[in-house]
Design a protein around this ligand. Structure first.
Ligand code: NAP
Length: 266
């Protein structure tokens, strides 16, 4: 079987390093290059001590695609760089698997149109942890019976976007089964702005940022006399890699963009 050739953007990052390890440990995958704006021209082994093969580093996505002809780009960078890399990949015929969060709806729509025009696969997943996908699915089920919902997402303090992509995706999935409802007392007033969190169709989303956290979310459902809490915790970043692996295999068979790991899991 021919190996799937992969470029990773953001290899020095917390997620990127896990992805480099996962690709190295997967026999059917081959890492052909990485994109890192700070180390152009070096070999990956020079910046990551656990890498022992000669993988070229490019600052520019197009150079990486042109010189190393990957099948798939795994992007784990920042919203701005990630969007730029993903667009360049689609234009170049490279299939993106994007874990980077913080893309706007307009950006996702633009990438969707581009994937459609190029007839190639693209997977954007705000959360690659299978348990988190189940948490979102179970929450959507519970939302059919509970109208009042508060989402509390908790992440490490280096995270750039708030609310998290997972929280936004959870709210979107719930919105499909829940009629819009303004929650809390009709006359409630915030004495400190932001106290009630972000408002998504009346649902409230709260973002906690603390050193020591990794990625956690609980969805609380309230009704008279009962509270249901559905919670997921990623306790290390390896938890995301089984989802990245499935996405790399699946993206090869797609001819359009899929947003959300739940849409490729059976
Ligand atoms: P991180 O440790 O800050 O890693 C991001 C990496 O991207 C850094 O090494 C950064 O380099 C690099 N970078 C920034 N701009 C770049 C550019 N233009 N070209 C190439 N590399 C660039 O963050 P992380 O925790 O790994 O998270 C990365 C992304 O994945 C975030 O968007 C995060 O929200 C998301 N995430 C997704 C999942 C999921 O399951 N989908 C799970 C966890 C995190 P410098 O630091 O030197 O600027």
């Amino acid at each position: 079987m021919e190996k799937i050739k992969i470029t990773i953007a953001g290899p020095r990052g917390k997620m990127g390093q896990e992805a480099v390890k996962m690709v190295g440990d997967t026999v059917q995958f081959e890492l052909v290059s990485v994109i890192d704006y700070k180390h152009e021209g070096k070999s990956l082994a020079a910046i990551l001590p656990f890498v022992h093969t000669d993988i070229p580093i490019y600052a520019n996505a197009k150079d990486a695609f042109q010189n190393t002809a990957p099948d798939v780009l795994i992007d784990l960078t920042t919203p701005e760089a990630g969007f730029h890399h993903t667009k360049a990949a689609l234009e170049f015929g490279v299939r993106p698997v994007v874990g980077t969060t913080g893309f706007t709806n307009d950006q996702i729509e633009e990438l969707k149109q581009l994937a459609k025009a190029k007839e190639i696969g693209c997977i954007i997943a705000p959360n690659f942890a299978i348990g988190a996908v189940l948490m979102m699915k179970f929450s959507t089920w519970a939302a059919k019976y509970f109208q009042d919902i508060e989402i509390i997402e908790m992440h490490h303090d280096q995270k750039l976007d708030a609310p998290s992509g997972t929280a936004v995706k959870t709210a979107e999935m719930i919105s499909q089964v829940r009629t819009e409802k303004r929650q809390g007392h009709p006359n409630e007033k915030e004495t400190i702005p932001g106290a009630r969190g972000a408002d998504r169709q009346g649902m409230r989303i709260h973002s906690v940022r603390l050193p020591g956290l990794i990625a956690h979310q609980q969805v609380m459902f309230g009704d008279s006399g009962q509270i249901l809490t559905i919670r997921h915790d990623s306790t290390n970043r390896a938890s995301f890699m089984s989802g990245v692996k499935v996405s790399v295999e699946t993206v090869m068979k797609l001819d359009h963009l899929v947003y959300g790991l739940e849409n490729i899991l059976e």
